[in-house]
Design a protein around this ligand. Structure first.
Ligand code: AMP
Ligand code: MG
Length: 422
């Protein structure tokens, strides 16, 4: 069967591997230098500018992990029960007023500071309390149910290295250490355009041959998750002059300009020629499917220059090239550490053939097989324009360059959408 019309790579020109592309991004993209202080409340998705070290120990003091009785391990009968005198009560937030003397115990609650002399805590469920006496069983280890000062973080340790993109857990750690503000790199300014004479904005009149714009909405949502300030510059016609003018204007005000559509080799694909008029292309074809034509370049502007990425037109190709091309570039530009994606091993529930020397991403839903193993089921429609193939699946299988065929039952690498876009 002839492959020509269906073959994404049937035209000439150098194909860049994803690995080489990542190397190029590392070499050509310089992170934004400016930084600012932001309150914790506004720090999600921001990038730490300088290593943050812990100003205090965490926890700040030894404390009890349970509700129960603080005791001295040395008092315990290793072979049987021990009865101790209960001499006090310490709740969370209270200061311990007495030190524990031999054969004494103190009633204690979760988070309360350990009284001096006590080193071990019995859970209240495990003891018998009667009047001012408590009887505890043997068998508890020294230090059980006690949380040591600094066991989570020792003061002075680097807890948030420069380049960390802040998420809920990082912000919680900063708060627990008493920090109120963090020094982060400035936000990236990203401009987005759609291109295509057939593309119209949802809500506006649609002629018979027009389609509503999905890509700008996809890109906006993806970019905002990564902390970018997005300027939505609308839809451009398939006209090299108009494209060049609009891209140059956007480049003057933004760090990164992203387009979708018009980047292929068709006669109506003018994005590459437009970029070549106002800047230069670094690459325009990457060995990735879906997504083959994806361009990266630089647009010159009077004061500074902006990075440029031209994504394909089909929405699924936009999604895949965003996570594999735009995201690494954006992380680098924003001063963030590169993300290491670890595909999780699952079992393929389908057969698949692919060409050598390109990376392929296959949309799959996960299910539990009859033997309890997790299986990946390929979406029945794999066209790059099928948006429901993204909404009805859980993530992508990644097939590396040297793979040419997958047999049912093969172990394959799964990347969840949550991991890819987070
Ligand atoms: P192109 O690369 O410009 O030839 O576009 C490839 C396919 O993607 C065509 O079918 C376009 O109509 C479609 N397409 C381009 N831009 C968009 C968009 N913003 N939203 C949805 N589909 C698009
Ligand atoms: Mg087009």
């Amino acid at each position: 069967m002839a492959q020509l019309s269906d073959d994404c790579f049937a035209f000439s020109g150098p194909l860049l591997s994803l690995e080489a592309m990542e190397k190029l991004i590392g070499e050509r993209i310089v992170p934004v230098a400016e930084s600012e202080q932001v309150p914790l409340r506004d720090s999600r998705s921001r990038v730490i500018a300088e290593d943050v070290t812990a100003p205090i120990d965490l926890p700040p003091f030894d404390n009890s992990a349970v509700d129960g009785y603080a005791v001295r391990y040395a008092d315990l009968n290793p072979k049987g029960e021990t009865t101790l005198q209960v001499v006090g009560r310490i709740t969370a937030g209270a200061r311990p007023d007495a030190a524990l003397k031999p054969r004494q115990a103190i009633r204690i609650f979760t988070g309360a500071p350990m009284p001096t002399g006590a080193d071990t805590v019995y859970m209240q469920e495990d003891v018998q309390a009667e009047g001012d006496q408590v009887t505890v069983p043997a068998g508890l280890m020294l230090g059980a149910n006690r949380r040591l000062a600094g066991e989570d973080v020792a003061a002075g340790r680097v807890v948030l290295p420069a380049g960390t993109m802040l998420d809920a857990q990082h912000i919680a750690l900063a708060a627990a250490l008493g920090l109120t503000e963090l020094t982060v790199r400035r936000r990236l300014k990203v401009a987005i355009f759609s291109t295509g004479d057939e593309v119209v904005e949802p809500g506006s009149p649609r002629g018979g041959a027009a389609i509503y714009d999905a890509n700008r909405h996809l890109l906006c949502a993806l970019l905002e998750r990564l902390g970018a300030v997005v300027t939505d510059l609308g839809i451009l016609a398939d006209d090299s002059g108009e494209l060049a003018r609009a891209l140059a204007e956007a480049a003057a005000q933004h760090d990164l300009v992203i387009t979708s559509g018009g980047v292929s080799t068709g006669e109506a694909d003018h994005v590459r020629s437009a970029v070549e008029r106002i800047g230069s292309l670094v690459f325009w074809r990457v060995a990735i499917k879906p997504g083959r034509p994806v361009a990266m370049g630089v647009i010159r502007a009077p004061q500074s220059s902006a990075a440029f990425v031209g994504l394909p037109g089909n929405p699924v190709a936009v999604f895949v090239t965003f996570v594999r091309v735009v995201k690494p570039l954006l992380l680098r530009l924003s001063g963030a550490l590169p993300q290491t994606l670890v595909p999780l091993p699952v079992r393929a529930a389908f057969a698949y053939k692919k060409k050598r020397d390109r990376r392929e991403y296959v949309r799959v839903a996960l299910r539990r097989g009859s033997d309890g193993e997790i299986e990946a089921v390929k979406h029945p429609q794999d066209g790059a324009g099928i948006l429901t193939s993204l909404t009805e699946t859980d993530g992508l299988l990644e097939f590396l360059e040297d793979v040419t065929s997958i047999v049912p039952g093969a172990r394959v690498g799964f990347l969840s959408y949550a991991a890819l876009i987070g």
